[in-house]
Design a protein around this ligand. Structure first.
Ligand code: COI
Length: 387
């Protein structure tokens, strides 16, 4: 089992060259710090164990600015990313000709830090996100942080923002690592300088429906990804084009859009925000990863969990007609977790699915959450403990 102990004390020690006015006080063996740079709303003395002063019962998936972000840079002359720094969370300065602004040379990741009942803070499979960023960076001609650098940056950002990690059972701290082509470039080419940045926001349910079943519309006009394109990596440029179909679907009352393959519009690919699974009898099927589908960390984990629970899991092309005949459908993703789908509309046909308490998706979700919350043993080394 991969086990990591990482304390706030270590973060403070390693951040002695921190580039912001951080006043660190030691009081009766407890650590306190105040930031003179903080905005009035967030300016407060707080101990390592305090919570931020927000209503934890009303957070959704909106951005709640936290205290710190991690930043490091590299340029063509450098040999990879140097050790980064924690800075106050805030705007970054970019050249108008930055590669990321002009040519979309950027990647992001999504991860969650969870606070368990016993106070332990954990990350779930951060090595998988580090690897996915590396693969994406190769496709986008970008240098990438090493797995160690990536995980260390996420750990530091998590612990620096510890007071923003929701109480057990009330959500998680969503971590957003980003790799950006920040150097100026006018002609099309890789940027001369890159930034690796991690910020965080407390979140709970991704959809406004909460944990209620989703309503999906099968997209007929727009495609998410094409053969030989970038659908299989988490580049920022995959998400902008998904906005128009998403806004249109939401305006018609749907939760999200389900995309089909761009060649025949016959096979299911994924939802804008998550991977898709269908259940028929004891068999669970999900579209195979073939370059147009994002290799989700939750997808991969749910496949393993389902197999361990005795389901037959198939990764294969899934015709939309077959999806419409399924018993159950659910989505998986870091942000959405395991989300039951209540209905899907394809052209004018609307199909309803099983979503009761004995559904397969509920069983998978509760096992997945039990591993994250330490209620069942992590036999796979998926959990990284931070404190
Ligand atoms: C995630 O699940 O972490 C994502 O990045 C999806 C995004 C649409 C919020």
């Amino acid at each position: 089992m991969m086990k990591t102990s990482f304390s706030l004390r270590k973060f403070i020690q390693s951040s002695s060259n921190i580039s912001l006015p951080l006043k660190f006080l030691k009081l009766e063996s407890q650590h306190f710090y105040t930031s003179q740079a903080a905005s009035p709303a967030y300016s407060q003395v707080c101990s390592d164990d305090d919570y931020a002063d927000i209503d934890w019962d009303t957070i959704g998936f909106g951005l709640t600015p936290t205290d710190y972000m991690y930043v490091t840079k590299t340029s063509q002359q450098d040999d990879g990313f140097t050790e980064g720094q924690l800075k106050r969370y805030g705007n970054i300065e970019l050249s108008p000709s930055a590669g990321v602004l002009n040519y979309g040379q950027g990647l992001f990741e999504g991860m969650k830090a969870i606070r368990r009942e016993d106070g332990q803070i954990v990350l779930f499979r951060p090595d998988e996100n580090a690897l996915r960023m590396k693969v994406g960076a190769e496709r986008m001609c970008m240098p990438s942080p090493t797995t160690t650098q990536f995980i260390d940056a996420v750990k530091q950002t998590t612990l620096a923002n510890k007071r923003w990690i929701p109480p057990p059972g009330k959500g998680s701290l969503y971590m957003r690592p980003m790799l950006l082509g920040t150097g100026p470039i006018l002609g099309l080419g890789p940027a001369p300088e890159y930034m690796f940045l991690v910020y965080a926001s407390p979140v709970r349910n991704y959809f406004k429906e909460g944990s209620a079943p989703l309503s999906l519309n099968v997209e007929q006009e727009f495609d998410r990804a094409s053969r030989g394109g970038t659908g299989g990596i988490k580049t920022i440029s995959n998400y902008g084009p998904a906005l128009r179909p998403l806004v249109r679907a939401k305006s018609k009352g749907f939760s999200d859009v389900l995309y089909l393959d761009s060649v025949d519009r016959k096979y299911v690919e994924e939802v804008s925000s998550c991977n898709i699974f269908m259940v028929k009898g004891n068999t669970i099927s999900t579209p195979s990863i073939k370059g147009t589908i994002l290799p989700g960390v939750t997808r991969k984990s749910i496949i393993e969990i389902a197999r361990d629970l005795g389901y037959n899991v198939e990764e294969r092309p899934v015709p939309v007609e077959e999806l419409l005949e399924a018993d159950e459908v659910f989505g998986t993703g870091t942000a959405v977790g395991v989300a039951p789908v209540g209905n899907i509309t394809h052209h004018s046909r609307r199909v309803e699915y099983r979503t009761d308490d004995n559904s397969v998706s509920k069983r998978l979700l509760s096992t997945y959450m039990a591993i994250q919350n330490g209620l069942v043993e992590d036999k796979k080394g998926w959990i990284v403990e931070l404190s």
